[in-house]
Ligand binder design. Structure first.
Ligand code: FRU
Length: 507
């Protein structure tokens, strides 16, 4: 017997209703950093020191929406297991604590050293609540990041009359033994230099007529990279706070420039606009400071959301996650340099050997149904596709009611992520829009890595040649993963799926 309630047919017994027996889905990512509670946006003050990766973040401790900004702190020794350390920088009479960076002041240039530890110095934007005046300030720690003191001479860089004047990223420029600061100033980047982190000299402006200008420029980063043949180039990352019609796929995005830097001026050599990520959920990302030169690694992390809907995402009690940490590599094709953002090898340590399945021969598709690895919601799929054996393919993951679809079309030379039916989508019209990424394979094979973590999907195409980071919010656990093509040929040369379920430490 069934009852009619407000026009809906409901079964008396839960068991006979598919929707009821499906398990509700936990939206909190497992191996991505999320705040223990309340609102988080940009990663800040990312610095490596004495075996510890420090991550600060824009934090509002009193609610799940953006509010007066603080810096909260987390640490990790492997970039995947994070320990939250609580709020470290609070708003004061100069204003809220906006985004910025941190460095190890090895030579004690600022004079904050008081014991054997090299001081950690944070350089951040003070944002005045009334009037919006933005200026740059310092805070320091002489106990390895545990406690922080704001510098009594703040601000160290006063506002010269510019409305948007924020997000300082400071680097040590070895050839001239000085600090360089890149700062977002409306529609350009301003470059300053300093001997002591306290007195800053203006060097140059970059970008007013270059790159993409569909929104205010924010959160820059500047670093040098060497490619596999020994070529050295400088990269400048710039986040853009665009609106719904902004490129490449709407809302917040990050572009980069490749070129040279002489301690004073940055000169870009790329003609086309270059994007760090084609997904819509990777913003305000910058790289870690002070990673030892012998590692040679440049490691990046972004905020996994988009200002168009960041305040409306349907998580409860917490809001905001970081992307997974990625390497940044310089790569050259036909004389043009680009950045690749591959996954870190350390991710492999999260793989659960007991919950890994792999194919031993090429396949014409894949149909993992009611699969327990997919059911964990936190896994990595790696697959090699022979692009000569199929013109199109589709990867889908979901349950009876909801799914994410990732498709590739050779005719359109593009990947499309369709999250229109992925679960809760009604909080923003933009969330349902297809997300596109042009991709022309340079060889017969396409190597794909799909990194899933409860409510996030990061797609790495050919080891980070292109990346698409997207959020999705299922109501119920996803249980299937399918790979399909109409070709009938064995286009799926290899695949492996591994649960990534090593525990995360929370305070
Ligand atoms: C980028 C940003 C920064 C600013 C911060 C405020 O997402 O707008 O420019 O410093 O967020 O929370």
């Amino acid at each position: 017997m069934s009852l009619i309630v407000f026009g809906c047919r409901q079964n008396e017994s839960d068991e006979t209703d598919e929707r009821q027996v499906m398990k509700h889905h936990d939206l909190r990512p497992f191996y991505h950093f999320t705040p223990p509670k309340n609102w988080m946006n940009d990663p800040n003050g990312m610095v490596y020191s004495d075996g510890t990766y420090h991550l600060f973040y824009q934090y509002y401790p009193n609610g799940v929406n953006w509010g007066p900004m603080h810096w909260a702190h987390a640490t990790s020794t492997d970039l995947f297991h994070w320990e939250d350390k609580g709020t470290k920088l609070y708003p004061d009479e100069l204003g809220y604590i906006f985004s910025g960076s941190a460095v190890v002041d090895k030579n004690n240039t600022a004079g904050f050293k008081s014991n054997a530890n090299a001081p950690l110095v944070a350089i951040f934007t003070h944002h005045q609540n009334f009037g919006g005046l933005q200026q740059q300030s310092l805070a320091f720690s002489t106990d390895k990041g545990t406690t922080w003191v704001k510098y009594s001479g703040n601000p160290v860089l006063k506002n010269p009359g510019i409305t948007d004047f924020r997000d300082p990223k400071v680097i040590w420029y070895e050839p001239m033994n000085k600090w360089i600061m890149v700062l977002a100033a409306g529609n350009k980047i301003k470059i300053y230099s300093s001997q002591n982190l306290k007195d800053w000299n203006f060097e140059s402006d970059f970008g007013e007529n270059q790159g993409y200008h569909g929104g205010v420029w924010e959160c820059p980063d500047l670093f040098e990279l060497t490619d596999s043949k020994g070529a050295r180039k400088w990269a400048l990352l710039v986040s853009i706070g665009g609106g719904e019609s902004s490129e490449p796929n709407g809302g917040s995005s990050t572009q980069y420039f490749i070129g040279s830097f002489n301690g004073k001026t940055f000169t870009a050599e790329n003609q086309e606009v270059l994007w760090a990520d084609y997904g819509v959920d990777n913003y305000a990302g910058v790289s870690w400071s002070d990673i030892p030169a012998k590692d040679g690694q440049r490691i990046f992390m972004g905020w996994m959301s988009n200002w168009v809907y960041a305040g409306s995402t349907p998580t409860i009690g917490w809001r905001g996650a970081m992307t997974v940490a990625r390497e940044v590599k310089l790569a050259e094709t036909n004389g043009k340099y680009k950045l690749h953002f591959p996954l870190l090898d350390e991710l492999n340590t999260l793989k659960d050997a007991q919950h890994t399945s792999t194919a031993s021969t090429p396949l014409n598709g894949l149909d993992l149904n009611n699969n327990e690895i997919v059911g964990t919601g936190s896994y990595l799929v790696e697959m090699e596709i022979d692009a000569t054996l199929t013109d199109d393919f589709e990867i889908s993951m979901g349950n009876e009611l909801e799914k994410m679809i990732i498709s590739y079309s050779k005719a359109n030379t593009e990947f499309v992520v369709d999250r229109s039916n992925s679960g809760i989508t009604d909080f923003s019209p933009m969330f349902k829009r297809p997300i596109k990424c042009k991709f022309i394979p340079q060889s017969s094979k396409i190597f794909l890595q799909l990194l899933v973590d409860k409510s996030s999907l990061e797609i790495f195409i050919n080891k980070g040649e292109k990346v698409m980071t997207t959020l999705f919010f299922p109501k119920y656990e996803y249980r299937f993963l399918k790979v399909h093509s109409n070709s009938g040929k064995d286009f799926l040369r290899t695949y492996t799926i591994s649960a990534l379920n090593k525990s995360i430490i929370r305070q």
